[in-house]
Design a protein around this ligand. Structure first.
Ligand SMILES: Nc1ncnc2c1ncn2[C@@H]1O[C@H](COP(=O)(O)OP(=O)(O)O)[C@@H](O)[C@H]1O
Ligand SMILES: CC(C)(COP(=O)(O)O)[C@@H](O)C(=O)NCCC(=O)O
Ligand SMILES: [K+]
Length: 245
């Protein structure tokens, strides 16, 4: 078994990849290392071969996660590191080490699928958009708040926008809200979908007409029905396996 960890700002996504490709991985999400070890401990201890880790958390928190995994699960931890090129993709940042490693790995995995121009959306705490040309050049990207941050800003800066975790029915409904929860959720959802739509419309000017579109991250399903979008929930993990074979 290989333990894979994708440490985002809100959640540490984890999965245990069995040595036989035919078996499905076991996966989960935790808010911190303590919860992560509670979740994977019993199933993981037997037969763990190694751990692959990518993190956009601070260096100190990432070091602490890696240390606890190696000491408590007794495995070597391979960490994805910044790079200027990988898998035919060239990092487009002026300071390549500042590009979020989750973005980088998602791009490397996306380009590896068909080696064509692509547009990559990652909808998590933040929403990121990255453009890769047909020759693998990363043309740069965009960062905006994601749905959880939009919601939090309204909660944090108003007195009367207050509601408990919205009902499932509210989350995908974009009709005009007749409650606070519905008004906020529908408004944020429309913002995200319009923004992704605008990115799709504008990408052909930079990538030409033949490009692939991939969406990943916890909120990717919110845009998976937009034209041409392919949802790949494990895109970052796929890139992690390329970075840390
Ligand atoms: N089972 C789930 N538990 C928590 N959040 C989920 C779940 N499924 C989807 N989400 C969505 O995923 C988002 C977080 O996405 P994620 O990609 O994990 O973020 P990050 O990488 O920034 O930690 C949340 O805003 C939430 O809407
Ligand atoms: C943009 C991000 C905050 C996205 O993080 P996430 O939403 O996946 O938690 C992360 O990729 C990051 O911290 N990047 C560093 C800044 C940059 O990419 O320019
Ligand atoms: K993200």
């Amino acid at each position: 078994m290989i333990l894979e960890l994708d440490c985002g700002n809100s959640y540490i996504k984890w999965r245990l990849v069995p040595p036989i490709a035919a078996l499905a991985p076991i996966d989960g999400r935790a808010v911190d290392i303590g919860q992560l070890l509670d979740q994977v401990d019993t199933s993981a201890k037997c037969g763990l071969e190694k751990c692959r880790l990518v993190s956009v958390r601070s260096d100190s928190e990432t070091d602490a996660i890696a240390l606890r995994v190696s000491s408590e699960l007794g495995v070597e931890v391979l960490r994805a590191m910044p790079a200027t090129t990988l898998g035919g993709v060239t990092n487009g940042y002026l300071e390549p080490e500042r590009l979020g490693l989750d973005r980088w790995l998602a791009m490397v995995a996306a380009f590896s699928l068909r080696r064509r121009a692509c547009l990559v959306f990652d909808l998590g705490t933040a929403i990121t958009v990255d453009l890769i040309a047909i020759d693998g050049r990363h043309l740069g990207g965009f960062i905006t708040p994601g749905i959880p941050l939009m919601r939090d800003q309204l909660f944090g800066h108003t007195r009367r926008i207050r509601y408990e975790g919205p009902a499932e029915s509210v989350l995908s409904d974009v009709s005009p809200g007749r409650s606070t929860a519905q008004a906020v959720e529908a408004g944020c959802l429309l913002m995200v979908r319009s923004y992704i739509g605008a990115q799709l419309d504008e990408a052909s000017a930079r990538l030409g007409n033949a490009f692939d579109v991939y969406a990943t991250g916890g909120d990717a399903a919110l845009v998976s029905d937009l034209p041409g979008v392919t949802c790949i929930p494990d895109l970052v993990f796929r890139g992690l396996a390329i970075a840390c074979p």
